[in-house]
Write a protein that binds this ligand. Structure first.
Ligand SMILES: [Fe+2]
Length: 248
């Protein structure tokens, strides 16, 4: 299994506080049979500029790699980030913010309202040859209330990610996105070892039981393709329909 969204780098965001905590989280990932991880600390244009962020991320990564037990785990690592959506993405060089060596870029959206310029910015990113991975899509009420908005972005080439924790909690939006073939990626978004811990194996087991092994293979293959920087297979989308006020 591969985890493409987690906050394990030490002392850089609201995830791991220090190297000891990062090591504990990585050991748990290993226990969960995770073989490769992309580290995706939060990046917000309003808080830090890109160059400074990349420097801070590199320092944090090096601090983590200086712990001998980390390499002994035999997990492959890649750097990435979780970018808080901004129309500034239109004027920013995207390559340094992508998952290392790929054209995939992890973007989180506001949870209150659909941001101004969302469609324009995502389409521009696609036109520039990059592929947005939309973080934890189950969290955005404007997509839950009108899933066609998300459906259209996926049809245009965006990748929709859902959180392992949401699946395990039985989050209705997350499960509907799986049912409609819209969810393409499951990640932990792990922040710590208590409330938001690494839990990919549990989520995959849940999906296997509820939807069957093909779904697990599909999620796993997508994660591998993105980690490698290959194209992900086109999703088998089932367009949501609103019947008597309910999306089915
Ligand atoms: Fe996150």
């Amino acid at each position: 299994m591969i985890d493409l969204h987690c906050h394990i780098l030490p002392g850089i965001d609201d995830g791991s506080k220090n190297r000891a905590m990062s090591l504990e989280m990585l050991k748990e990932q290993k226990k969960q049979r995770v073989q490769a991880i992309a580290f995706t600390p939060h990046f917000n244009f309003s808080r830090i500029d890109v160059d400074e962020f990349l420097e801070v991320r590199q320092q944090s990564y090096e601090r983590l790699m200086s712990v001998p037990e980390v390499s002994e785990l035999g997990i492959k690592f890649k750097l990435g980030c979780e970018i808080y959506f901004s129309t500034k993405l239109n004027d920013t060089e995207l390559e340094p913010l992508c998952y290392e060596g790929t054209n995939y870029i992890l973007i989180e959206l506001p949870t209150d309202q659909r941001p101004y310029g969302l469609k324009h910015t995502l389409v521009e990113i696609l036109n520039r040859g990059f592929q947005p991975v939309l973080a934890h899509v189950e969290r955005y009420p404007y997509f839950t209330e009108d899933p066609i908005q998300l459906f259209d972005f996926i049809e245009q080439g965006c990748v929709a990610q859902i959180n392992a924790g949401a699946i395990l909690e039985g989050d209705k939006a997350a499960l509907r996105y799986i049912k409609w073939g819209m969810a393409q990626l499951i990640c932990t978004d792990a922040h710590n070892m208590k409330t938001r811990r690494p839990n990919l194996k549990e989520a995959y087991s849940f999906v296997k039981k509820k939807y069957g092994e093909d779904y697990v293979d599909w999620f796993d293959k997508n994660a591998r393709d993105i980690f490698k920087g290959s194209y992900v297979d086109e999703p088998m989308l089932k367009k949501p329909k609103k019947i008597l006020g309910i999306w089915l």
